[in-house]
Design a protein around this ligand. Structure first.
Ligand code: ZN
Length: 449
């Protein structure tokens, strides 16, 4: 239904409801400010527009101390007698009607019995920052939905201001977050930036409990030292409470987890093993493609454009790709055999008993090792080495979700790819905590968005 007529009726009603004989109260900016951002001990004075060639350039909101209320020491927050006043300062506030808006206030200095002559506590400000807390929270919340550059552009400020705001928001959240009740964690490596240097990898620790999935920690590199640092940040209490750890077969992680989180059941997760198998199939395909091309173009044609159909689960390949895949599988190509091994391994995850799953694993490895496909043999050897950890998957069945780590990894990728203009690790670290950390947020008197 078209909602315009109803809106019109509502407008007419509200006009009728107004008591007769009284003029409409003029809504002032000050009234709104007192509603949403009232600070005890301070009053709003004049609000005026600064114009430049007739166009509004900024809105300045004058603030004065309340005559009857003493200023408070910024350190202990106790009222103290006034000493003198400092020159006027400006704080950026949430823009009104697309016009940059500032609070203007000359801070008092007070004489605290304990701390001497100090600047008073200013409730809308945080230290020496030139942006109000309301504006920092406003920018930080928008920076989750838009890129930092866009946030800066839309709300008429600089990238730097957005960065500092998010940083403040995240720091507050990290200081106030609760780490109790962490039972399952996922440890993973993430590739970042270009190249394969040690610095291009990050180690991440997730909480993957059913009720709470979030990023707990992120650090540079993927060495033993990195993971040890991360576990140290979480603290011994959290580490001792962990019951399940989910990770990749990356050796440094396995070693640290065995030593530091020995009490937990360590599981190699499905997502990583599937990706190792997929990589092996892809290696076989590429090698074969090169070999066939050196013989004839026609033979090589069968492998053309087959990368994704081969890596996908069979049930997800449809249409022409499926026809081509079927033709390929009917051939005696090495790629077809590698694919068949990969697809067979999928049954492994359906077992209920550890014993039968172990039997299947032995059978699969036996076949893979006899396949004369070097990449597949490599995977089989790797799986054999880690057999106990692989079988832990069945011991932990139902307790940890197979998709949790994968899901969080995908979200990280979205954050790192969205162009935030990250040049430094620090900026990206903040963005990751901001988007995936589920951090508590600093209290503000009013939520502007
Ligand atoms: Zn004090």
């Amino acid at each position: 239904m078209n909602s315009w007529p109803r809106l019109w009726v509502n407008l007419q009603l509200s006009r009728k409801q107004r008591p007769k004989g009284r003029p409409a109260i003029q809504l002032q900016v000050k009234t709104i400010l007192n509603c949403v951002q009232h600070f005890v001990g301070f009053v709003y004075r004049e609000v005026h527009i600064v114009r430049c060639q007739g166009r509004p350039e900024s809105i300045e909101i004058g603030v004065e101390p309340h005559g009857g209320i003493r200023g408070r020491c910024w350190q202990c927050r106790r009222p103290a007698p006034g000493y003198d006043r400092l020159p006027e300062r400006r704080w950026l506030f949430v823009p009104l009607w697309g016009i940059p808006t500032y609070f203007c206030y000359a801070p008092r200095r007070v004489e605290c019995a304990e701390h001497g002559v100090v600047v008073e506590h200013i409730p809308w400000s945080d230290g020496k920052r030139p942006v109000t807390r309301a504006m920092m929270a406003f920018l930080a919340r928008w920076a989750r939905r838009l890129s930092w550059r866009e946030t800066a552009r839309v709300f008429l400020t600089s990238w730097e201001a957005v960065y500092r705001s998010v940083e403040w928001f995240v720091q507050w959240g990290l200081e106030h977050r609760q780490l109790g009740g962490v039972e399952s964690i996922g440890v993973d490596e993430i590739h970042w930036g270009r190249g394969l240097r040690a610095d291009n990898f990050l180690t991440v620790i997730y909480q993957i409990d059913a009720g709470c999935r979030r990023l707990l920690w992120v650090g540079k590199r993927r060495s033993q030292a990195t993971l040890r640092r991360g576990l140290k940040v979480l603290g011994p209490e959290v580490v001792q409470g962990i019951r399940f750890v989910c990770s990749d077969m990356w050796k440094p992680y396995l070693q640290v987890i065995a030593v530091q989180v020995g009490q937990a059941l360590h599981v190699l997760d499905r997502f990583h093993i599937t990706s190792h198998l997929n990589q092996a199939v892809d290696q076989v395909r590429r090698a074969e493609s090169t070999r066939l091309r050196s013989i004839s173009q026609k033979a090589a044609h069968r492998l053309k454009h087959m990368r994704w159909p081969l890596l996908r689960r069979l049930s997800r390949v449809r249409g022409r790709a499926r026809q081509k895949l079927n033709a390929l599988l009917a051939s005696k190509l090495a790629t077809a055999r590698a694919w068949e091994l990969k697809e067979t391994f999928g049954y492994f995850w359906h077992y209920k008993s550890v014993f039968w799953a172990g039997g299947f694993l032995d059978y699969w490895c036996f076949r893979a090792l006899r396949s004369r496909l070097e990449p597949m043999k490599k995977v089989a050897r790797m799986l054999r080495t880690h057999e106990p950890l692989l079988l832990n998957w069945f011991r932990a069945k139902g307790e940890i979700s197979s998709g949790a780590v994968e899901g969080l990894n995908n979200k990280i990728r979205v954050v790192t790819r969205r162009s935030y203009g990250f040049r430094t690790f620090e900026a990206m670290e903040i963005a990751l905590y901001h988007n995936l950390g589920r951090l508590p947020e600093p209290e503000t008197t009013h939520r502007f968005c």
